[in-house]
Each structure stands twice: as structure tokens, then as C-alpha cells.
Design a protein. Structure first.
Length: 49
């Protein structure tokens, strides 16, 4: 049901995109991700497999 996504910033394969941004890329999450909607976050920071 849930697919994996690949982070464009570091190349990690993740299942929980927001958790990954919060844990690994906290500076981006705190500045931008809180104001964006999920489809925008996925298209900007992740490639869906």
C-alpha cells in the first residue's frame, strides 16, 4: 500500500517522508516543509519509486 521514496537531498530510501525531513534535514523542515502541502513536499524533495 505504501511505497518507498528516494530523497533528492541525500539519496536515502524512505517510507515516512516527513519524519525523514524532520530527522535528517531539520533545517529544511523547520523553514519550508511546515508551510508546504504534502504533494509539494513530495515533488520538491523526493522521487517516488
Amino acid at each position: 500500500m505504501f511505497g518507498k521514496a528516494k530523497c533528492k537531498l541525500c539519496g536515502d530510501t524512505v517510507r515516512l517522508a516527513l519524519k525523514h525531513l524532520n530527522d535528517k534535514h531539520a533545517e529544511i523542515y523547520s523553514k519550508e516543509a511546515k508551510n508546504l502541502k504534502m504533494p509539494d513536499i513530495m515533488s520538491r524533495y523526493f522521487v517516488v519509486d
